[in-house]
Design a protein around this ligand. Structure first.
Ligand code: F6R
Length: 607
């Protein structure tokens, strides 16, 4: 949510920052801007350019000979103040000497604005960030570091910030509290960004700042320290993901690319983890020995959006394979209801980005109450990965499209691994362990098989795209698949969709069914097949159209997408795939901006 990129060094800075912004645009895309420290001898103070709209709008608007020795840039997802040129970052202080880009939210911005206004400061934007620029500009301190520290001391809220000051042209000062800040280390040049995506084409050596940490970047050195001023010594790490994995790789959209990466992504989450000898899996990072695993009485999974939906799949898998009571809850709700924290419950926080504020806050609340919390996370070294006591990486690779696809699938597979691991420590038989392992190994090939059906699914999407609304139904294992498919459709195509357990239809939502409201039904060949078929009859009897996702043609459905059979416990993984394609092709048929759906942004780092 919002992207920051900064650079200090000898390169032509504006194109470099624009390219960085382009790579971060998936985090926010309603306005963008750049501030530069001019080259020595150039008249005037900091130079800025800002534009409402996309990064390409900013590119079109850059002044001639817009260059300098250091720069900070931002792509915005509006929180305080509508998208506009004035509200775009960077924000300047009254003297024009200080420029600030900021991700996060300043909770006491209204009070600070009032105080500044009472002191005669003219505020030119509606944002919370502008306040910070004025506070830095007004701070009575010798060094830029002290000025920034002083300003941050006066604000409440979350931030990832980068600051330029015309009187300190040799440096950029950055700070983090709740919003990611990553330093990129180069040869006589330094970078900063809110996400490694903006850095990987320039350097793979990075340092992720922790909360309460600041850094000073000069062209040939960097220094990290706490907001109180004591030095810290974060060691650089090497980014594992290849620079090419951040490109579209010949696909029209990232979403399409990421859907098609799933056979390889699933292969990666399995690699090195399957143990044929004991019919189980190795999950080295869990930090949970067999005795502790046996002591778990309950599992509670927390996440938001698609991550929460994978949690629903995970809870079913854990109950089925390990016979431990398990459930999932939106992290955003959990943290506000003063949850009872039980010492024998294992808590799992699920997140692609590892930065989602609501999930992170739930983890912090749980830890404060003494709970054991493990992470199921994609981004290595992210805040949730660092805050949890251990966990599993889902190894999906970078997910750039705002709409989650491959990470959803990989997380569901990661849950199958965890369920098998817990099951084999408890009462799951060797034979069942072997059966699930064999099923897991079949998944990459079967996903590829489903993807080969894309042309037909695209044709079906064209047929259903103009529906007034869509109903998604499934039973037990199929219900999380229906929920995720319904979310996928609405966020990327803007077609209204509802998801219900198939069993609940006759308790109310059946009233909505008519020829303009088709139903997508998840109908695996499991022990609930007959019940599901009865639901299809009910829908038909009300004149509803039906698209089934099933293991065999469904006679009562108007159309069926047939997916390969695996083990019943793994059905949700395979049945979700064609529905990602359905959402994608519906959005394409309706001419939507697929990788940047309206009103949304990747990584929701605010409340
Ligand atoms: C849906 C989607 C969102 C995210 C949610 C959590 O396609 O992408 O619902 O799943 O915002 O994000 P992470 O997984 O990064 O915590």
């Amino acid at each position: 949510m919002c992207g920051i990129v900064g650079y200090i060094g000898k390169r032509d800075i504006a194109p470099l920052l624009l390219e960085g912004l382009q790579r971060l645009e998936y985090r926010g895309y309603d306005s963008a801007g750049i501030a530069l420290q001019p080259r020595p001898g150039t008249a005037g103070g900091l130079r800025t350019a800002k534009a409402k709209g996309r990064v390409r709008d900013l590119r079109d608007r850059l002044p001639k000979r817009f260059t300098g020795t250091a720069g900070i840039a931002h792509t915005r997802w509006a929180t305080h103040g509508a998208p506009s040129d004035a509200n775009a970052h960077p924000h300047l202080d009254a003297s024009g000497k200080v420029a600030v880009v900021h991700n996060g939210i300043i909770d006491n911005a209204a009070d600070l604005r009032a105080k500044l206004a009472a002191d005669g400061v003219e505020l030119v934007s509606d944002t919370d960030t502008e306040v910070l620029a004025h506070l830095v500009g007004r701070a009575q301190a010798e060094t830029l570091e002290e000025k920034v520290r002083h300003a941050l001391g006066g604000i409440e809220g979350t931030y990832g910030v980068a600051v330029l000051h015309a009187d300190f042209p040799d440096r950029i000062v950055v700070a983090r509290n709740g919003s990611p800040v990553v330093l990129g280390l180069g040869e006589k040049e330094m970078f900063v960004a809110s996400d490694v995506a903006a850095l990987v084409t320039h350097t793979r050596q990075v340092i992720t700042l922790g909360d309460g940490e600041m850094a000073t970047l000069k062209a040939d050195e960097y220094r990290t320290y706490t907001t109180e001023g004591s030095r810290t010594s974060a060691a650089p790490t090497v980014v594992e993901w290849e620079a090419e994995s951040y490109d579209r790789g010949g696909h029209e959209t990232y979403m399409h690319k990421e859907i098609h990466e799933q056979p390889d992504a699933v292969d990666r989450v399995l690699r090195g983890r399957l143990d044929e000898r004991f019919s189980t899996v190795h999950l080295g990072g869990l930090n949970l020995d067999a005795r502790e695993a046996r002591g778990v009485r309950r599992v509670k999974i927390l996440g938001c959006g698609s991550a929460y939906h994978t949690g629903l799949i995970g809870a079913h898998l854990i109950e089925e394979l390990a016979r431990v009571p398990a459930d999932a809850e939106p992290a955003s709700e959990f943290r506000y209801r003063n949850p009872v924290v039980d010492p024998d419950t294992l808590y799992l926080a699920v997140s692609q980005s590892g930065e989602t504020y609501d999930t992170l806050a739930a983890v912090q609340e749980l830890k404060r109450k003494g709970a054991r919390v493990l992470g199921v996370v994609n981004v290595v070294g992210s805040a949730i990965a660092r805050e949890t006591d251990g966990g599993m990486y889902v190894h999906a690779g970078p997910e750039v499209s705002v709409v989650s696809t491959k990470c959803f699938t990989n997380t569901a597979v990661a849950f199958a691994l965890l369920a098998l691991h817990l099951g084999r420590i408890r009462d799951l038989s060797v034979a069942d362990g072997r059966r699930i392992l064999a099923g897991l190994r079949r998944l990459p090939g079967q996903i590829a098989e489903v993807l080969r059906d894309e042309e037909r699914i695209a044709a079906l999407a064209g047929r259903y795209a103009h529906a007034r609304s869509m109903m998604f139904v499934g039973r037990v294992r199929g219900f999380p698949v229906a929920r995720e498919a319904s979310l996928k459709l609405k966020e990327v195509s803007y077609v209204h969709a509802e998801a219900y357990p198939a069993s609940e239809l006759k308790h109310g939502p059946l009233a909505l069914i008519d020829p303009d409201v088709p139903t997508v039904a998840v109908v695996p060949d499991d022990d609930l097949l007959e019940k599901n078929r009865a639901t299809l009859e009910e829908i038909k009897a009300r004149g509803g159209r039906i698209l089934a996702v099933a293991h065999q043609e469904q006679p009562r459905a108007d159309d069926t997408i047939v997916v390969p059979r695996n083990e019943p416990e793994l059905d949700p993984v395979l049945m979700g795939i064609p529905l990602q394609l359905l959402a994608y092709h519906t959005a394409l048929a309706l001419g939507r901006d697929i990788d940047k759906p309206r009103n949304l942004a990747k990584s929701v780092t605010v409340e």
